[in-house]
Design a protein around this ligand. Sequence first.
Ligand code: XMP
Length: 325
Amino acid sequence: MSNVRPESMARITTPELANAFIEEQIAEVRAQVGDKKVLLALSGGVDSSVVAALLIKAIGKQLVCVHVNHGLMRKGESEQVIEVFQNQLDANLIYVDATDRFLDLLAGVEEPEKKRKIIGGEFIKVFDEEASKLEGISFLAQGTIYPDILESDGVKAHHNVGGLPEDMQFELVEPVKLLYKDEVRVVGKALGLPSSMVDRQPFPGPGLGVRCLGAITRDRLNALREADAILREEFDNAGLNKTVWQYFIAVPDLTSVGVKNDKRYMGWPAIIRAVNTTDAMSATIEEIPYALLHKITDRITAEVEGINRVLYDLTPKPVGTIEWE
Ligand code: XMP
């Protein structure tokens, strides 16, 4: 298949068109793969999840999915990958909890790009180790989408830290490489994936690693994960998950004095970021209603160990980037 999206290719906007695309890809993948085995790094993001669901439909247990938990996932994410792919879709799934490996390597590392390199490099190592334990793998599936190929507006294109080893001698299977993100979502829904997986906001490859600012510690990472889960829950309840492009918490490595349960309480601030954009190159701030901000503040300060203040970042991009580091 050529790397250029044919001008004539109709956009996939309806379940009917998605089903036709799925049938066509199933036939293509079966013809390409035959009875050989295919390996896929399944992060739980939209693209790799849709590719996994499509390939399970096409070749069942000939697909081997590897999910590497780097310990920097959001709350419940790895659990959802296991629930959906292992329990519901009966996938051939290898789950690797590499939390300690990643957090040990990251201990004391403050510099953001160094953190990214460590996370990207270790991911490749873990994946490579798992791949070398398997026998008879001939193909590598990837959730490449059309913007990744264009390298002009894709989020991943600017931050390519999670690439796979160049010396992996596999032929590629890339069934959604001519699709745009919204088309991948329509296909994912037609494949029966849950909305919480298919409609999710972009999440950086290094995960919470670049939101636990500076040198990552387990206690602060844990506080960040819990605060982020509360933010997501409250955005879900308010319906903002359907309209806001990206929202998250960042927790800096600084403490201030506060009062909890009538006692002096040193804690970190949780910084809310909620932005809208079309291409991630520039972004505006979501105007979260004050009542909701108060509710989120009350919940995070009451429920999350280690947090004693909540701040709202009002800086558009530019000047601020979307992530804090
Ligand atoms: P910035 O912070 O540059 O982010 O305004 C723009 C978009 O890119 C995402 N982002 C990343 N994605 N690996 C990724 O896969 C990364 O290292 C990375 N850094 C930022 C960010 O979440 C936003 O959507």
